[in-house]
Design a protein around this ligand. Structure first.
Ligand SMILES: [Zn+2]
Length: 206
């Protein structure tokens, strides 16, 4: 074990703040960086910088995009306009896309209601979802027929689903939630594509 080296300790500390990285793994990663060639560390540093500089939230669905305006999914003319799928995180969209089972529009909440962590409805993109539905109903676009909630199968997902079902009850739209196959407590980004396709197909009307 080497002496305490402040710069090395700082790197370990940074790595250990990443989700799922414990102290031991953080140390292994820091040693890897320390021993690696300069071109690796340059590329790594540049990749982190670019992720922060180039990626914006889509002004319509709030997923991440490098586009200046709407994202890839929002500008795609081959998708249905009358169906929304509400997800917690941008990564969930990639999962749903791999399942190939959904061809409508997305809306990203950026989290789920979690009173214990102080996350309420106003901290999520819920108001934006409602104004999106409203404006689509009034500005001559095709009105929305169905909102599918593809939320995690845990307490936060349940709370958010209940809240949204109530908030959307003022509109003449069907609100459903994917259910079967998503294990209790399961994050949808861990579910395999075929199961996720089935879960969408067998969604439950709220
Ligand atoms: Zn978008």
């Amino acid at each position: 074990m080497m002496d305490k080296i402040p710069s090395f300790e700082r790197l370990v500390e940074s790595f250990s703040r990443l989700p799922g990285i414990g102290k031991k793994t953080a140390q292994r990663l820091a040693y890897y960086v320390l021993r690696s060639k300069n071109n690796f560390t340059e590329e790594f540093r540049e990749a982190i910088k670019q992720v922060k500089e180039l990626i914006n939230e889509c002004p319509t669905c709030y997923t991440y995009t490098e586009n200046e305006g709407d994202c890839y999914y929002c500008v795609d003319v081959d998708r249905r306009n009358d169906m929304f799928c509400v997800v917690e995180d941008p990564a969930d969209i990639q999962q749903l896309e791999s399942s190939g089972a959904f061809k409508g529009r997305y809306h990203v909440l950026h989290g789920a209601i979690n009173p214990l962590d102080g996350v309420g409805p106003d901290d999520l993109r819920i108001k934006q979802l409602i104004s999106r539905i409203k404006s689509q109903a009034t500005d001559g676009e095709e009105p929305i027929k169905e909102v599918i909630l593809a939320l995690d199968a845990n307490l936060e997902g349940d709370t958010t689903a209940l809240y949204l079902a109530k908030a959307l009850s003022e509109f003449d739209i069907q609100v459903s939630r994917i259910a079967h196959g998503v294990p209790i407590g399961g994050h949808i980004d861990y579910v395999d594509h075929r199961t996720l396709g089935k879960a969408l197909e067998n969604r439950i009307v709220l």
